[in-house]
Design a protein around this ligand. Structure first.
Ligand SMILES: Cc1cc2nc3c(=O)[nH]c(=O)nc-3n(C[C@H](O)[C@H](O)[C@H](O)COP(=O)(O)O)c2cc1C
Length: 206
């Protein structure tokens, strides 16, 4: 059996890319809710479903979240150095996070810190959400604030819930190309580390 390249999940994964600039046009709330419904189907440790979402559409709250995040980013950029600093600068990244106001909707993803495997579970749900956003014609990316406490407080979320990510959602005004991806034979070994995946063995069913 050869994997079909018209497989829907594969196609969505292939098409999806991080979008950080957004058009000033509204998005359908229904499309966001439908995408989060997909995220809610994700597996989780002991099925505790430790994700909680806050949809931010009020411009005043977005401004507050942006201010809170940028305070943490300023502190972070002051102390970051070396290779990572170069990588950030080469991508034009800075402490400024305009997408937190320009995106029509922000999805703040919070994690119940007391649940087993909470982080792993929440990030699987985020993965499901990213594919569903793509399916529903929405663009997004995963922003991980340097200091998660500041925006958590700005959203009045309780201390037991860590803010894991903010997903700005909208329609793309970002003309950046999708970043390159390693192919399966570049990241997969057979039976033991270093044993290359022979082209003829890509068909695992054989
Ligand atoms: C766990 C995680 C954290 C990330 N944090 C940030 C972030 O804080 N800011 C940002 O601009 N992009 C962030 N990204 C997006 C990545 O930079 C992006 O996914 C990567 O460069 C690959 O590009 P692609 O999503 O278009 O395939 C994050 C992605 C992941 C999975």
């Amino acid at each position: 059996m050869t994997l079909s390249k018209t497989n829907i999940v594969h196609e969505l994964a292939r098409r999806r890319k991080s979008v950080r600039k957004f058009l000033d046009s509204p998005v359908e709330f229904e499309a966001i809710l439908s995408s989060l419904e997909t995220a809610c189907q994700a597996p989780s440790g002991a099925n505790r479903q430790p994700w909680r979402f806050i949809l931010v559409k009020d411009p005043d709250v977005k401004r507050r979240v942006r201010r809170a995040c940028e305070q943490g980013e300023r502190e972070f950029y002051e102390q970051v150095s070396g290779e990572f600093r170069e990588w950030l600068l080469s991508r034009g990244l800075s402490w400024e996070k305009p997408f937190l106001e320009s995106a029509p909707i922000l999805v703040a993803v919070l994690m119940d810190q007391n649940a087993p495997y909470a982080r792993e579970s929440v990030w699987i749900a985020i993965g499901f959400a990213l594919l569903a956003f793509e399916e529903n014609g929405l663009n997004s990316f995963t922003y991980t604030p340097s200091n998660t406490d500041y925006p958590r407080k700005a959203l009045n979320a309780p201390e037991d819930y860590k803010l894991e990510a903010i997903l700005p959602i909208g329609k793309s005004a970002d003309d950046r190309m999708k970043e390159g991806k390693l192919r399966v034979h570049e990241v997969t070994f057979i039976d033991r580390w270093g044993n290359s995946l022979d082209a003829s063995m890509e068909d695992i069913g054989n």
